[in-house]
Design a protein around this ligand. Structure first.
Ligand code: 2Q2
Length: 322
């Protein structure tokens, strides 16, 4: 760098026009809802590092955790407006693209092996295409998630014991319908508001994979993990297709490659995490309760069936058959 500056000084001294010394730098913003301890954040940092390396610093991805750049829904809109460039999102996209509901249908996907087959196969392709088509968000890579579990301050062994439990759900109409049918009172709310709302009892419960339960410190305000395992889902790292499409080909390729590296990297962290999360949460005082999963599944089934439109039902059937 010093050499270049000296060279520039020399040229200016000679009165010549300065040469273009370096490509101008483009800064891209990535916002997400998890905190710094979460594997999503670490994968985003990896993504940023890989993008910088593969573009010789011409592209800089700045990562903002904790909904610092906005709530999940705002981030999706922000990408559409061009004020944000990337986020991590999934089933909330059903508010724009109906097939995104299929990322998280209660009691559909049974394990990670099935999930990988679904995402990487024809169904996943159809979902990703539908998302890009309806939202102008391009899916760059995906992260598998652990099963969603219902946390509360009591054991809820079967849905009949929900008794109007005030439950926070993300902004996902399918989740609202499912929990409503089970007998809870689901309220959509942004992730960044959940901790405080549990603390001041605006809500009594929430449901999420153990990874987010841990990184968001819900153990401080929830005593029981009810092992409902009601949703096994994945989530996408997405970027705005219009803005990305205007970048030079080589930079677009660098972004896609960096995303693949981030995906692999996240999977390693995720698998390591899954082995220890339950013990870590128990050490923080949470009690783990086995529940009647069959009763949860059975009571929710009609609502799930009714929530899936004819348009996406064939894809749903294909998921079940995978
Ligand atoms: O509880 C949350 O906010 C997340 O686990 C959500 O499931 C997730 O962010 C979805 O809203 C994905 O679109």
């Amino acid at each position: 760098r010093r050499g270049a500056t000296q060279g520039l000084a020399a040229i200016l001294a000679l009165g010549a026009a300065p040469p273009v010394l370096a490509q101008s730098k483009t800064v891209l913003k990535l916002g997400h809802l998890a905190n710094e301890d979460n594997t999503w954040h670490k994968a985003c940092l990896k993504f940023a590092e890989e993008v910088a390396q593969r573009t010789n610093g011409a592209l800089e991805v700045r990562v903002f955790p904790n909904e610092q750049l906005g709530k999940e829904t705002d981030l999706i809109k922000g990408i559409q407006l061009g004020t944000v460039d990337f986020t991590i999102t999934g089933e909330s996209l059903q508010n724009w693209a109906p097939s995104a509901a299929l990322l998280a249908v209660p009691y559909a996907v049974k394990d990670i092996a099935q999930l990988d087959k679904v995402v990487q196969g024809k169904v996943g392709e159809a979902i990703a295409d539908n998302i890009e088509d309806k939202t102008k968000l391009r899916t760059l890579c995906y992260f598998a998630r652990g099963p969603r579990n219902l946390t509360a301050n009591r054991v809820i062994a079967k849905p009949d014991e929900l008794n109007g439990l005030k439950l926070r759900v993300p902004n996902v109409p399918l989740f609202v319908k499912f929990w409503d049918a089970l007998g809870a009172k689901p309220t959509p709310m942004a992730f960044s508001e959940v901790f405080t709302s549990l603390q001041n009892h605006t809500i009594d419960a929430q449901e999420n994979p153990l990874a987010l339960i841990k990184s968001a410190s819900f153990a401080e305000v929830q005593s029981v993990v009810n092992l409902t395992e009601h949703v096994i889902s994945w989530i996408y790292l997405v970027g705005g297709s219009r803005k990305l499409g205007r970048l030079p080909e080589a930079q677009q390729k660098a972004i896609m490659e960096a995303a693949k590296v981030a995906q692999e990297y996240e999977r390693g962290l995720f698998l390591a995490d899954e082995k220890k999360l339950a013990e870590e949460l128990k050490a923080k005082g949470m009690k783990f309760a086995e529940v009647d999963k069959e009763a949860y599944a059975a009571k929710g089934r009609p609502a799930v069936a009714a929530a899936l439109s004819d348009e996406i039902r064939p894809l749903y059937e294909q998921i079940l058959a995978t």
